[in-house]
Design a protein around this ligand. Structure first.
Ligand code: ADP
Ligand code: MG
Length: 613
């Protein structure tokens, strides 16, 4: 008998101690405020009974919610009439379950998942309590409605009448706002090449309309199941969804690359290396020979410039957009894939094979929303705060091409279709690759024509590299040697995993891997980039300012109106962003003359190919 505990009494004690103020607010402001939020961490820390209540909340959330309502009647801060109508929500749960780890065990239990919102539907009323009336005798029946199929009474409850086909009375029924969303595992948690998994979520009442595709969130709720129906027959398989209890912003450590104190010390030490820049450039796609300017530019892109909000409310982007145009087979795609692994939030996609959401975002009426409009985030939204690598950009859809103008400059994507209007954020650096239409790049035809992109779009790239593949004996030999080396190293690593290598092979591996091994390991570089972006916002010194302005004025003078890429103020902004990135690489708070020199050299290489001779 000693086992019996007064759970409701324990909830009464907890609520009177920790939730008085919130309850008073609900009583005062109902129905505007109609959700009671119970802080899981506070509950867990509130002594022995709190720990037990917290466990019960996770394992039997349905019972816990009922107990809390009973307890609220005893606490009597909220009027009896409102207790049944408020939402009991839980938040600040410290245990996150991976979306891919959700199993049958979790059904009816409370789980917390984190990720990025991929789709949202419109907010629509959903019936939760349906009132039916008999057209014969006027008797009424009330049926509670779950998620999914609509339940109707078979016949009139009045035994004398017993008529079939009762009428729904919407005016007497109860509705709740409802919205369906799909959350996807965040890309940074995935190992290369893994497909992100998703979970569908039902949001109701005051949770609706709060989140948009692309948002990074933690969602807490009860995992529920719904039986599949195939052509009218019930299946033994069930689908799962999260009945959302609360949504919150992820904590930083969950959200981004975790940097420990030792990491920080190592990063600081690395930043003082004399050969820092070649080390970083050398760590970008080391299995690809040459292309040093492109790699250096990619390094700058990874670090990025500083995004600024100006006093007049405008915002200047810090992200550096880059385009690689060139002949097939010169490692453009390889480079893109590599960058995605180095960026703390990298997304790789192809203009051709993109998902239905494309590069930006789409609004469609589909099965997901049971016929409601659904807004789905595309690659540039999913890569918010990271790098979006878009291969085969020349093959992208027409709608994407027009949406890209806004996405690249304002870094937002506006959708206005049917009843849905939304502005999604796409604060990412775009690394595009394009193949010329005719297979090979023709130096005498403007690039806009060759890659199917209007000059207005081309001018939004900070850097455009033309990569041509002209046979050159010395270079071809070097590339060939390098490729064979990379293959040999790969083969030897494979053999070494099966058993010890012979002495000759071990020596060969040591000698050859020098050429294809990154001087800075990818995990370390990822942290380095995240650290620099988080902590370093360099300021332009007077010396650097003068150099950049002088170069820009010289460019304006050289500009040739017949060239496809006009020299405009955009190039000056590009120079500033690149200069900031260059300073960030060595964790410097100032953009100095040496940074200006470095970026002028890179910009000049690019512009010479596209803007002037
Ligand atoms: P693209 O996307 O430009 O058409 P890919 O990235 O698919 O080309 O590259 C084709 C292949 O050629 C890849 O396997 C790549 O590793 C190899 N390759 C091309 N150029 C080089 C190079 N400079 N060094 C090493 N490998 C290269
Ligand atoms: Mg390719």
């Amino acid at each position: 008998m000693g086992e019996v505990t007064d759970v409701v009494g324990e909830w009464v004690a907890f609520l009177s101690r920790y939730c008085r103020r919130e309850l008073a607010e609900i009583e005062r402001e109902f129905p505007f405020k109609r959700s009671l939020y119970i802080d899981y961490q506070t509950l867990q820390a509130s002594g022995r009974s709190g720990l037990r209540l917290a466990d019960e909340m996770i394992d039997r959330p349905g019972k816990a919610t009922g107990d809390i309502r009973d307890a609220l009647r005893q606490v009597s801060i909220i009027g009896e009439d409102k207790i049944g109508r408020i939402n009991i929500r839980f938040h600040h749960i410290d245990r996150i379950t991976g979306i891919r780890d959700i199993r049958a065990y979790h059904i009816t239990r409370f789980v917390s998942v984190k990720g990025i919102i991929r789709k949202t539907t419109e907010v629509r009323p959903r019936i939760i309590e349906a009132v039916f009336q008999c057209p014969g005798c006027g008797a009424t029946v009330t049926l509670a409605q779950g998620y999914g199929t609509f339940e109707e009474p078979e016949n009139c409850p009045n035994p004398e009448c017993n008529r079939r086909k009762l009428k729904l009375i919407p005016g007497k029924s109860r509705f709740v706002d409802s919205q369906k969303v799909r959350i996807q595992e965040s890309p940074e948690g995935l190992r290369g090449g893994e497909r992100p998994q998703t979970l569908d979520v039902e949001m109701t009442d005051d949770l609706t309309g709060m989140i948009a595709p692309g948002d990074r969130v933690v969602l807490n709720g009860v995992l529920r199941s719904k039986q599949r129906v195939n052509y009218g027959t019930k299946s033994t398989l069930f689908d799962i969804y999260l009945d959302c209890s609360s949504a919150e912003a992820p904590e930083r450590e969950y959200e981004e690359v975790n940097i420990s104190e030792e990491d920080e010390a190592a990063i600081r030490a690395l930043s003082r290396e004399a050969a820092l820049y070649p080390m970083i450039t050398g760590s970008i796609a080391p299995s690809i020979y040459g292309n040093l300017e492109v790699k250096e530019a990619i390094a700058l892109q990874l670090f990025g410039g500083v995004a600024k909000d100006l006093p007049d409310g405008s915002r200047l982007r810090g992200d550096i957009h880059m385009l690689l145009v060139g002949d097939p087979g010169i490692a453009k795609s390889q480079m893109l894939r590599y960058v995605v692994q180095l960026s703390p939030r990298g997304v790789y996609t192809s203009g051709k094979s993109s998902t239905s959401a494309g590069l930006t975002a789409t609004a469609v009426k589909d099965d997901f929303g049971d016929g409601s409009w659904t807004l789905e985030a595309g690659a540039l939204v999913l890569a918010d705060m990271g790098v979006a690598a878009v291969d085969e950009m020349d093959k992208m859809a027409k709608e994407d091409r027009s949406a890209l103008h806004e996405a690249m400059e304002q870094q937002t994507i506006s959708i206005a279709k049917a009843g849905m209007t939304a502005t999604l954020r796409s604060r990412c650096a775009l690394l595009g690759a394009a193949n010329p239409k005719l297979g090979r790049f023709d130096a005498f035809v403007p690039i806009a024509e060759q890659i199917n992109m209007p000059p207005s779009l081309l001018s939004r790239f900070d850097l455009i590299f033309i990569m041509t593949d002209t046979p050159d004996k010395a270079r071809d030999t070097a590339i060939a040697e390098h490729i064979v080396k990379a293959h040999r190293v790969g083969e030897l690593i494979l053999q070494a995993s099966a058993g010890p290598l012979s002495e000759g092979h071990a020596e060969l591996l040591a000698a050859e891997s020098v050429a294809v091994e990154p001087p800075i390991a990818p995990e370390v570089l990822r942290k380095y980039v995240a650290y620099a972006k988080r902590n370093i916002n360099p300021l332009i010194t007077d010396g650097a300012k003068e150099m950049l302005i002088a170069y820009y004025l010289r460019l304006r003078g050289l500009a040739d109106d017949n060239k496809p890429v006009p020299v405009t103020a955009r190039q000056l902004e590009a120079l500033i962003r690149l200069g900031e990135a260059s300073a960030r690489i060595r964790l410097s708070p100032f953009v100095e003359a040496r940074d200006a020199e470095r970026v002028i050299k890179i910009v000049d290489t690019c512009l010479r190919q596209v803007a002037y001779d």
